[in-house]
Design a protein around this ligand. Sequence first.
Ligand SMILES: [Zn+2]
Length: 193
Amino acid sequence: MNDTPGNERCPRCGGAYVRRARRRSQVEVLLSALYVYPYRCQLCTHRFSAFKFGVRYTRHSSEHREYDRLKVRFPVTCWKEERLFEASATTVSMGGCSLTTLSEIPLEVGQVVRLSLKPTHTESLIDVEAAAVRWARRDLETEFAVNPRLMPSESRVVPRQMVGLEFLRFGPAEEERFRRFVRSLLVAQQQER
Ligand SMILES: [Zn+2]
């Protein structure tokens, strides 16, 4: 069973990008026996329940995610307190993003950082005023810090950090611009299917 039955629409924004959400309470578990399931709008983030008579979902790992993680590749500047470093976004959703970085500034679960996203060449930066680290790990494979003036043997090995961030607060007009970007990714993803 597909996670997003095509005819499901968000009652708040009318958008067609809706994903089944995880059940949060005993009540929701009971309701699902009566074909009432929770959903999450991938654009306006509204969570709602809908009656889907006769629809039975099989349980699988993606049930634990509220948002589709959309694959991306674009530069991100991060600030941890006053220290700045560069990273690269690997996935995004309205709820957050994952990044990879060769920065030696350690990022740990629970820390809050500020981000500037640069998703396209045409648009200006999108500021995320606060994002919380939800998971972090260091790559077992290490990468060499590239310095063309050094011989490979002289280059330092820098472990790559990968982190998952939850967006807590956007700048005032930034959330709407980011939503437009996410919508374009969702449209592109749907056309690929
Ligand atoms: Zn919506």
